[in-house]
Design a binder for this molecule. Sequence first.
Ligand SMILES: C[S@@+](CC[C@H](N)C(=O)[O-])C[C@H]1O[C@@H](n2cnc3c(N)ncnc32)[C@H](O)[C@@H]1O
Length: 237
Amino acid sequence: MTVQLEIDVFTLFPEVFEPFLSSSMLGIARRKGLVVIRVHDLREWGKGKRRQVDDTPYGGGAGMVIMPDVVVSAVEDVVKDEQVKVVFLAPSGVLFTQQKAFDFARSRRLALVCGHYEAIDERASLILNAEEVSIGDYVTSGGEAPAMVVIDAVVRLVPGVLGNVASLLSESFSEGLLEHPHYTRPYEFRGLKVPDVLLSGDHKKIAEWRRKESLRRTKERRYELYERYGCSEEDGL
Ligand SMILES: C[S@@+](CC[C@H](N)C(=O)[O-])C[C@H]1O[C@@H](n2cnc3c(N)ncnc32)[C@H](O)[C@@H]1O
């Protein structure tokens, strides 16, 4: 099969990626040759005998800052002049959404740069013309877990990776709404029964119920998405 997407990850902790990248859907996508993922140790571009990658912040303050030349040399050495979308994982970046995952999946080549400590020197992202993305309004200790989130969300959208493409179209966020609830056997569990409509065999009614549940959940849990979506009269919510 032809490679659909290449991803280069730059990190100070390369060892955390391999088990994740070899498991489940990602492992299959890589073994099928649809996706190639390479993980690079930023320390290889570190300075001096101790391979130093960080230094104290100008202006003072807590924590260390990763030096810009270390990151820029690493990315430039690996991706050279190729067309590549460079992404920095940063809590101060723009929110990573399903729409962004679709955009990244179409990019053919991605470079993901994981920060650590306090930050990466601002100039690295400017020079590399990087897009800074955040996986949510909280702070993790490094960019490794956020990079894994991005890789997982993007790779499952690459053509050929998931067997059931229909599931991509109906899942949460694809349409701007959260997904409806799901049920399987047993029919009754600890006094809770599966909604009867799902056993009716009436596909129109099932679709209507699912849409209503989807709207109800979105309204309750993510009002900002619900408002943006804009209900029609017949939705009745
Ligand atoms: C401890 S954090 C640095 C937090 C930074 N000083 C701030 O307040 O914005 C270290 C690294 O973890 C990653 N990181 C933490 N939270 C993240 C998030 N929500 N999204 C993406 N990356 C995140 C980034 O790569 C960041 O450089």
